[in-house]
Write a protein that binds this ligand. Sequence first.
Ligand SMILES: *Cc1c(COP(=O)(O)O)cnc(C)c1O
Length: 221
Amino acid sequence: MGIGDNIIKLKGELPEGVELVAVSKTYPSEDILEAYEAGQRVFGESRPQEMKAKHGELPGDIRWHMIGHLQTNKVKYIAPFVELVHSVDSDRLLAEIDRQAVRCGRTIDVLLEVHIAREESKHGWDAEELKAYMAAGSAAAYGNVRLRGLMGIATYTEDAEQVRGEFTRLRELFDRFCANGCGPRFDTLSMGMTGDYRLAVECGSNMVRIGSLIFGERDYA
Ligand SMILES: *Cc1c(COP(=O)(O)O)cnc(C)c1O
């Protein structure tokens, strides 16, 4: 099966309303074009310079999502065109995205990344910390970013019940923010990757980020 077939198969399998982000980090532009020709338009990258280079050489109607940890000094590379940043893990980063968005005359959509995995190494807000941040309403000061929802990465484990527990907690946090007046545009719950996307969708995900299942094994992360 080729890349295009993989896209078509996945799209057929995902329920209506679940957006597929094809995670193309580390793969060459030719691979992205194959997915594009099969109808895929949303691609996820984790390195700003790599995303910028691919954006420059690929069709203009591709919608680029930043899914990896983002350093403040690299926001400038992607601010002119990025559609959605999934990985906002601090107020400082949000402030910089806002600053760069103003500079570009844009509003940039973002998700807040929540740390749900058991591993210490993963990035993201602690759930309690994020509740306090949201309750304080500080993000409202940033006029050129729009909070669209939450993102999480589950623990990498065979233990489906643990992963289900992590996705469920993120879903509950998302529902809580939705109920507490985050507005109608707070509508995106990004969770699920190659190994756990079916479980994520069962737990309420409406955006999955899938790389290796589409493009094959990666040589480096
Ligand atoms: C690499 C990556 C993915 C995709 O991983 P696969 O297991 O290849 O599907 C999804 N989300 C994030 C944040 C990633 O860094």
